[in-house]
Design a protein around this ligand. Structure first.
Ligand SMILES: O=c1[nH]cnc2c1ncn2[C@@H]1O[C@H](CO)[C@@H](O)[C@H]1O
Ligand SMILES: [Zn+2]
Length: 363
């Protein structure tokens, strides 16, 4: 039994973990970006040296605003315009997550960003699914069990959400487990896409919405009460509806109480939030308060390339900063599985047969 209360990065890597918020086009290996630029003839990269490229993505994303953070995706999307590239990126994504101890992952991407060279939306989705199947197979060969599902994103600034929602429903028995909207939040409220969310609800389909990252409570309120989001991507600005008095007394506003009472999952991405300015630092990140108040908090990577992180490193940083122990890591992990978009039976199987047995001797 471990006597250490705060697990280290090395101890966290083999721990079975669950990831609900990870962007396919934000998780490429730097060397793959460089190689794909070469083979596909993409000219726009700032450098072709993988080490410098990795550093460039992190520094450029470290920008203090969501809008400039998002500019870096022009390069990853730029090299993902062929079927071969999409298969490779998805396969490596599954392999990398599995090697980091992730046993269940929902990875999201916007199919509409990969049609610049003539691929159809269907071809994009099928290539990505083929890549994940291949990556799961390679991971299994190395003794890593990982189950992946994908979320299709619509970009808030384009007007294609209904079309993408229809694809999410059409491919739901072929690996797609849900839908999301991503991209700039300010000026693009969730209700712009109400038709897509109504279509999804009518079809009993799952969706989450990026809300409460670069914009505040109004965006969260719309996402939940007008659109019917099951989960919130980030959602950290919900703290603006929580008052902490000088004596430590906490008072939740109506929206914060609703989110907590209904157990609406928050897909929190600590490093990404510091880079976009949604949180001033890890130490001052709202996750400390939200987890203490027992909101249904989950821990996520958002963009492993831009934040130079893994799910294990996010956990290690939080454990170091907030003193989290194994019981906390298990709590976040079970929160994530309870909030996953796969069947109840599958979630329960992972909780009871994978997560609990591994953590039990460490609690
Ligand atoms: O934190 C985020 N907030 C909003 N949009 C994001 C974030 N991270 C990535 N994307 C956007 O989602 C698209 C599909 O994966 C990416 O191309 C990027 O533009
Ligand atoms: Zn995101």
């Amino acid at each position: 039994m471990s006597t250490r209360t705060v697990p280290t990065l090395a101890e966290l890597r083999p721990a079975p973990k669950v990831l609900l918020h990870d962007h396919l086009d934000g998780g490429l290996r730097p060397a793959t970006v460089a190689e794909l630029a070469e083979t596909t003839g993409y000219q726009g990269l700032p450098t072709s040296d993988p080490v410098e490229l990795g550093r460039w993505f992190r520094d450029a994303a470290d920008s203090g605003s969501l809008e400039s953070y998002l500019e870096t995706f022009a390069h990853t999307c730029g090299v993902m315009q062929t079927e071969e590239a999409l298969v490779r990126v998805a396969a490596e994504c599954a392999e990398d997550l599995a090697a980091d101890g992730v046993v269940y992952a929902e990875v999201r991407y916007a199919p509409e960003l990969f049609v610049e060279r003539g691929l159809s939306l269907d071809a994009v989705i099928e290539a990505v699914q083929a890549g994940f199947t291949e990556g799961e197979r390679r991971a299994a060969e190395r003794g890593h069990r990982i189950r992946t599902g994908t979320l299709l994103c619509a970009m808030r600034q384009h007007a294609r959400a209904l079309q993408i929602a229809e694809l999410a429903v059409r491919y739901r028995d072929a690996g797609v487990v849900g839908f999301d909207i991503a991209g700039p939040e300010a000026g693009f409220p969730p209700t712009r896409n109400l038709d897509a969310f109504e279509y999804l609800r009518t079809n009993n389909a799952h969706f989450t919405i990026h809300a409460g990252e670069a914009f505040g409570l109004a965006s969260i309120w719309e996402a939940i009460q007008h659109c019917g989001a099951e989960r919130l991507g980030h959602g950290v600005r919900i703290v603006d509806d929580v008052k902490v008095a000088a004596d430590g007394q906490v008072q939740l506003g109506r929206l914060a109480a609703y989110v907590r009472d209904r157990r609406i999952p928050l897909e929190v991405c600590p490093s990404s939030n510091v880079q976009t300015g949604a949180a001033p630092s890890i130490a001052e990140h709202p996750i400390g308060l939200l987890a203490r108040l027992r909101f249904r908090v989950t821990i996520n990577t958002d963009n492993r390339l831009m934040s130079d992180c893994t799910l294990s490193s996010e956990f290690a940083t939080l454990a170091e900063t907030f003193g989290y122990g194994w019981a906390d890591v298990q709590w976040f992990t079970i929160n994530a599985l309870k909030s996953a978009f796969i069947d109840f039976d599958e979630r329960l199987d992972l909780i009871n047969n994978v997560i609990k047995p591994w953590y039990a001797p460490r609690l």
